[in-house]
Ligand binder design. Structure first.
Ligand SMILES: CC(C)(COP(=O)(O)OP(=O)(O)OC[C@H]1O[C@@H](n2cnc3c(N)ncnc32)[C@H](O)[C@@H]1OP(=O)(O)O)[C@@H](O)C(=O)NCCC(=O)NCCS
Length: 175
C-alpha cells in the first residue's frame, strides 16, 4: 500500500473527530475544540496518514496528535481507521513521529497507554517504548495507564526491537 504522512489542516477536523469516536470511549476522546487547537497550535503537530491510490486520490487511514515540550514530545492521541488496523499504518505513524522528533533533537517521546490493553503495551514495547510509571485512575477511577518513553539519544529509531518483557511491568489492580 502506498502511503503518505502529512500535517493535518482544518479541513481534516471532521475526520479527526470521527476517528476519536470510533477509537475511544466517550470519556477518553479528544473534543472537537482540543483537536482544532492541536491543528493550529505551534506547540502541537497533528499528523495524518493516508493511502495514495493509483489515480493519486487519497483515503484517510489514521492520525496522531503530538505535543511538544522543551526537551520532549508526547503522543497525545493516535488512532487508525478501524477498517485499516493491522495493516502497518499505526507503526508507520509512530516511526514518523520518532524520526521527526529525533531530527528536531528532542530527547524523548512519551505516551500514556491503557495498562489493561496487553496488545497495545506490547506494540509500544516493540517500538522501543519502555515502562516509566503506572498511573492509577488515569482515564477514570479503575482505569490505569502506563507512561512509556522512547529515548531518542540511546536508540536507533529505524530498528524496532523486542521490548522489555511484560514481566517487568507492575501489576494493575483489578476491581
Ligand atoms: C493502536 C493502533 C493505533 C495501532 O495501529 P495499527 O495500524 O492497527 O497498527 P499496526 O498495523 O502497525 O500494528 C498492528 C499490531 O498492533 C497491535 N495492537 C496494538 N493495539 C491494538 C489494539 N487496540 N487492538 C488490536 N491490536 C493492537 C497488535 O499487536 C497488532 O498486531 P497483529 O495485527 O499481528 O495482532 C490501532 O490499533 C488503533 O487505532 N487502536 C484504537 C485506538 C488506540 O488504542 N490508540 C492507542 C492510544 S495509546
Amino acid at each position: 500500500m502506498r502511503t503518505n504522512i502529512r500535517s493535518a489542516g482544518l479541513e481534516d477536523l471532521n475526520f479527526l473527530v470521527w476517528l476519536e469516536e470510533q477509537s475511544f470511549p466517550p470519556h477518553r476522546q479528544c473534543s472537537r475544540n482540543s483537536l482544532r487547537t492541536s491543528i493550529i497550535s505551534p506547540k502541537q503537530c497533528t499528523f495524518i496518514i493516508e493511502q495514495v491510490l493509483p489515480d493519486d486520490s487519497t483515503v484517510l487511514l489514521g492520525a496522531a496528535v503530538v505535543i511538544s515540550y522543551k526537551h520532549s514530545q508526547r503522543i497525545y492521541s493516535i488512532a487508525v481507521h478501524p477498517d485499516f488496523r493491522g495493516t502497518g499504518a499505526g507503526t508507520e505513524l509512530v516511526q514518523h513521529i520518532l524520526n521527526a522528533a529525533s531530527l528536531a533533537e528532542y530527547q524523548k517521546v512519551s505516551i500514556e497507554a491503557d495498562a489493561n490493553n496487553h496488545k497495545l503495551i506490547c506494540w509500544y514495547q516493540k517500538q522501543n517504548f519502555e515502562f516509566i510509571k503506572l498511573l492509577e485512575d488515569y482515564y477514570a477511577p479503575g482505569e490505569p495507564a502506563y507512561r512509556m518513553v522512547h529515548s531518542l539519544h540511546l536508540t536507533d529509531t529505524s530498528a524496532p526491537r523486542a521490548g522489555k518483557s511484560s514481566a517487568t511491568l507492575p501489576p494493575v489492580k483489578t476491581h
